[in-house]
Design a protein around this ligand. Structure first.
Ligand SMILES: Nc1nc2c(ncn2[C@@H]2O[C@H](COP(=O)(O)OP(=O)(O)OP(=O)(O)O)[C@@H](O)[C@H]2O)c(=O)[nH]1
Length: 357
């Protein structure tokens, strides 16, 4: 009995073991309090010793047996789904044994249904509800179609723990699951926006920052600049020192970027050995200073164990110009300037020329 779990995860995974453990805890609570509710009816109806023993088994021993079955199974998820169907069958039998005593029978049916929806949705409920109904009908026929729907006050009172504790537990589990989903969505969103190697915003995220900056500039008429830079002869670094050394260079360049920029600026990895920086509220002179500083910082990078490794960057700078209404055009201007820096000897800063100021 549970509202929690991910039936879609792969068999045998730790997620499935957690799912089984959560169901175990819920089953102990649900069947424990549920059997107390049933006992009120059995007591007043003068049930046989065999019926009491069956109830004791269902409430006290079955949760642990079900847990052991699921834990020992090669496919814990499927095993647990079978156990949940058995829960429904038992529920159907108890409803008939109670001769449809209305309050505990309705409670049992509702709680068992909530479980099934929580774990496997309405389709799973439909499947288990049909076996529950069949088990109920068969038991009812076997016991001679007894029908005593009236519920006494004592029977209502012994239903209270089930009525209160179990829905609270279901809500708590649903809330915890909801929080987990929100956390995982946030993490996914962060991963989607981050370059795995450098930890910088990836191209998509970085371009969003550029769009935001461009529209802010159009509104406020404040200056801004875009830097695009590319590591010089990076292929040669990879070829001479190996790919892991190339990766380390990329990480160190990213670290230099993070260390030397303001919170207002947005660095990003554009792809391969190409990076971009959005410099918010920055005029052309300051932008050139930042670009030169970056160039010098990267040139000073030294990698432990590789004393000969040197890396430089070529930087293209594009300022906001009048009637610039597309980030793609802004990036193209910076790219053209970067191309010029490469063409004129690398390890230098070039600008796209035009500026507002
Ligand atoms: N180590 C490493 N290399 C990468 C990565 N992504 C791209 N590269 C390599 O980076 C190199 C980029 O080379 P290019 O930009 O074509 O040229 P370059 O050697 O930098 O020369 P210039 O740009 O003209 O100075 C290619 O060899 C890519 O395989 C990465 O994540 N890690």
């Amino acid at each position: 009995m549970s509202t929690d779990g991910d039936p879609g995860a792969s068999a045998g995974s730790s997620e499935h073991r957690r799912f089984v453990a959560r169901i175990y805890r819920m089953r102990i609570l649900g069947l424990g309090t549920g059997c107390i509710a049933i006992s009120g009816v059995l007591y007043e109806n003068g049930a046989s010793l065999l019926t009491w023993m069956a109830l004791a088994f269902n409430g006290g021993i079955w949760p642990t047996v079900a847990y052991a079955i699921a834990r020992g199974s090669r496919d814990p998820k499927q095993a647990e789904f079978r156990n949940l169907a058995i829960d429904s069958i038992c529920g159907g039998i108890w409803i008939a044994v109670m001769q449809f005593n209305v309050v505990p029978s309705a409670l049992l049916a509702v709680m068992l249904s909530a479980d099934k929806i929580g774990v496997g949705g309405w389709r799973f409920l439909a499947r288990t509800a049909s076996v529950q109904a069949l088990a109920c009908l068969a038991t009812w026929a076997l016991l001679g179609f007894g029908f005593r729907p009236d519920t006494t006050m004592t029977q209502v009172l012994v239903c209270l723990p089930f009525m209160v504790a179990y829905p609270l537990a279901i809500s708590t589990a649903a809330y915890a699951l909801g929080r987990k989903v929100v956390r995982q969505n946030r993490m996914l969103d962060r991963l989607n926006r981050t370059d795995g190697l450098t930890g910088l915003p990836n191209r998509l995220h970085w371009e969003e920052a550029a769009v935001t900056e461009l529209s802010r500039c159009s509104r406020t008429r404040r200056p801004a600049a875009l830097l695009m830079f590319d590591i010089d002869n990076f292929k040669q670094i990879n070829d001479s020192y190996g790919h892991p050394a190339g990766d380390e260079v990329l990480r160190r360049v990213a670290a230099s970027l993070r260390a030397s920029l303001r919170a207002l600026d947005t660095p990003g990895r554009f792809g391969g050995d190409e990076f971009g920086v959005v410099l918010g509220d920055t005029d052309s002179r300051d932008a050139m200073d930042v670009a030169e500083r970056l160039r010098a910082t990267v040139a000073a990078i030294r990698i432990e164990g590789l004393p000969d490794l040197r890396c430089t960057i070529s930087v293209g700078v594009a300022f906001i110009v009048p009637r610039l209404d597309s980030v793609n055009v802004w990036i193209r201007h910076a790219d053209t300037a970067l191309y010029r820096a490469k063409q004129t000897g690398r390890n230098r800063v070039c600008t796209s020329g035009a500026s507002w100021e």
